[in-house]
Write a protein that binds this ligand. Sequence first.
Ligand code: PLP
Length: 405
Amino acid sequence: MIYNINKVREDFPILGREVYGKPLVYLDNGATTQKPRVVVDAMVDEYYSVNANVHRGVHFLSQQATELHEASRETVRRFINARSTNEVIFTRGTTESVNLLASSFGDGFMREGDEVIISTMEHHSNIVPWQLQAARRGIAIKVIPMNDQGELLLDEYEKLFSERTKLVSITHVSNVLGTINPVRQMITMAHEHGVPVLVDGAQGVPHAAVDVQDLDADFYAFSGHKVYGPTGVGVLYGKEEWLDRLPPYQGGGEMIQTVTFEKTTFNELPFKFEAGTPDYVATTALARALDYVTALGMDNIALHEHELTQYAMNRLREIPGMRLIGEAEHKSSVVSFLVGDIHHFDMGTLLDRLGIAVRTGHHCAQPLMQRLGIEGTVRASFGLYNTKEEVDILVAGVERVSRMF
Ligand code: PLP
């Protein structure tokens, strides 16, 4: 064991509860992760003993809240190895990060006939914002195809570039297939065409160390709640040279330098992109979550989850009628499957009765479902606290449900 999993599980009070009189087996970490005590305690402590609006007050509490908020930005910077805290913009989550960039990049750099490249395996939050831009500006969306294992076809990707390509926006890890895309190579390829890249890291950041400089990503988005932090906070990383050139997203307090009724000048980075009161309590708690996973070691978490995923796939494969969906060579801790013609919803509902929380449905990736020719899947997604025993309970549950049909 890489870290003491029993001790780690004690840090997450919710893992001790029962549902329907059965111990909870929480395998829906792709949707959201559970929170360790240090994260919730940080929020309670801040509300009880510090709470004041940030960046605005001369008074003691406001300064203390501001220090906590800005220290959190530094924690995020270190965690993803950004060059500067100017490159760390706090948002509500991955969805808002992608919308911010689509809107701002669209305003700044996209005209009718320009093109954006995305992939077959994108979450709706990395499809619809581009469709909104397409409707507004007449830009075109091109889609990287994939093979049946769930791997993107890089030769086809290369062919999609044209003189009108303005941006590539791709997921680091598929939330359905678990595929870890070769984003570093894909970024190099885009840069050879002079095209910047946004990486949707919602499923990347929680499962392995991410170094935005090593990836050479121009933009990288992730959500706090998927990496053991609170809901309502996320990050958009952007290279300073890009963020400097991009117009603001929303207008309001904090993002300005001076305002007259005739003209407004904008604040410096990163505040130019942070209109209004941020969720400063959540940013503090996000920093505690990042400290928590850092203390366990991202490499240890990756190794533990890799072992669990391999074990789960091998055991599930033994079940008659099992169809695993997503068998990429490089795969994160997501296992999607269907058994015979059992509807994914029936499987999920019956597993729930056994205390096993899995996800069912299209997982906000309907175009991917269309490519696979299915309506949905059952998805088990593992986190740092899941155990082999829990995988055994899942496998026994799937076997039991399969026998019922
Ligand atoms: N991108 C991917 C790959 C996801 O899995 C998710 C959430 O499931 C999102 C984006 C959206 O994240 P959020 O709802 O936290 O904004």
